[in-house]
Structures are given as structure tokens and as C-alpha cells.
Design a protein around this ligand. Structure first.
Ligand code: ZN
Length: 208
């Protein structure tokens, strides 16, 4: 018997074929079929309402995928989690703020946590770091010029932040002062260590 990506192969030939032929999507689908058939979903059963009545905005960093919920004692069903690059709330009327408002008004989230992290890919990121990579993969200068003429500031749009604490405090400020957020909603700001899971408090939302 041979085992790979959630599949048990009865002979070596099929196994090798499986290992070398399978691309990510096929791997995902094959694993998923088994996951559902084995009813592995049962241990995750919960409702769409957050038991801990919080909505968290954090970074998409791979190191936080499991570490953050464990470090905060969160399990399936506890919170609403919004993720993007850097845990940054850039536009007061963009999709992140809309998600926070839906969580607060429709899904019983009473508090908001913004959790940035040390060693974030958005820390110190400049558009000039990304644009050469775009060009290498086929985006032309003409396209970039057209965007600029159309009033889109690509440089600004792609830019990360200098200090994560400042970025978190800024996002907290934008959320806290949003005209559509209930005034008594605590909005906290924290920074997590992606190696140890240690949290440092940046803004205590009960105090402002
Ligand atoms: Zn990050």
C-alpha cells in the first residue's frame, strides 16, 4: 500500500503516476473527496455566528494560518476572520470595512481586533519591488502608463507600511472612526510574533 495526498494506492505504478501527475488542484480535489466521504467535517460543525463575538482582521501570512488561532485559543465557530496582505485597512469604503460592518451588524460580532505581525511581507514593501516582477511576467510599461493616465496611483496602491505598530494603529483609527460603525464598538490593535505567537498590545479598545 502507498499513501500520497490523502489517497491510498494499492500498487506502486498507480502511486508513482499519482505523485508525478497530480497538480495542486487535483490533489485538493482528491483529498477533499476522501475528507467528505470519511465525514471528517463532523468535528468542525458549528454555526455562522461567532461564539466569541469578535471579528479579526489579520494578515494572510502562511505562518499565521494555524498559529494565530491556537495562540488566541480560537476554534472553528469562535470568530469572524478577515485576511489580507498586511492586515491593512486601506480604504474606509473597501471590502475589508464592509466585511467588518457585516460582521458587527448581521453576525453578532461586538468587538474588532486588528492583528498585524512582525516580519510581515508588507513591511517596507515598495511598488518598485513588485513592478519589475510584473514586467518580467508580461505586464508592459504601456499598461502601467495607461493606469497612471487613468488616475490610478499604482505606486501608492502597492505600497506596504514602514512600522507594523503604526500600520495597526492607523487601521484601528480608521475602523474606530468609521461613520457607520456603532460608536461603542471596542476596536483593539495587536501585533503577533509569527514564530512564538506572542501578542503585543498596540491599542486597547476599551480605553478609547
Ligand atoms: Zn504579513
Amino acid at each position: 500500500m502507498f499513501y500520497f495526498a490523502g489517497i491510498l494506492y494499492s500498487n506502486k505504478e498507480d502511486y508513482l503516476k499519482g505523485v508525478f501527475m497530480m497538480r495542486i488542484l487535483e490533489e485538493v480535489l482528491a483529498y477533499n473527496e476522501k475528507f467528505v466521504a470519511d465525514k471528517q467535517y463532523e468535528e468542525f460543525a458549528t454555526s455562522k455566528l461567532p461564539d466569541k463575538k469578535m471579528v479579526i482582521l489579520t494578515c494572510m501570512d502562511t505562518r499565521l494560518l494555524e498559529l494565530l488561532p491556537h495562540a488566541l485559543n480560537l476554534k472553528n465557530g469562535d470568530v469572524k476572520m478577515i485576511k489580507n496582505a498586511g492586515a491593512v485597512l486601506k480604504h474606509p469604503f473597501g471590502s475589508v470595512m464592509r466585511s467588518i460592518l457585516v460582521a458587527v451588524y448581521q453576525l453578532q460580532a461586538d468587538e474588532v481586533l486588528v492583528i498585524g505581525h512582525h516580519d510581515c511581507g508588507m513591511g517596507g514593501l515598495k511598488a518598485d519591488d513588485i513592478i519589475p516582477n510584473m514586467k518580467k511576467r508580461g505586464v508592459s510599461q504601456k499598461t502601467l502608463d495607461t493606469l497612471e493616465y487613468s488616475g490610478i496611483d499604482v505606486q501608492k496602491w502597492l505600497r506596504g507600511f514602514n512600522k507594523v505598530e503604526e500600520s495597526v494603529a492607523h487601521s484601528v483609527d480608521v475602523i474606530k472612526n468609521h461613520p457607520l460603525l456603532p460608536g461603542n464598538t471596542p476596536v483593539h490593535g495587536l501585533v503577533i510574533d509569527p514564530a512564538t505567537g506572542k501578542l503585543d498590545l498596540v491599542v486597547n479598545g476599551y480605553e478609547n
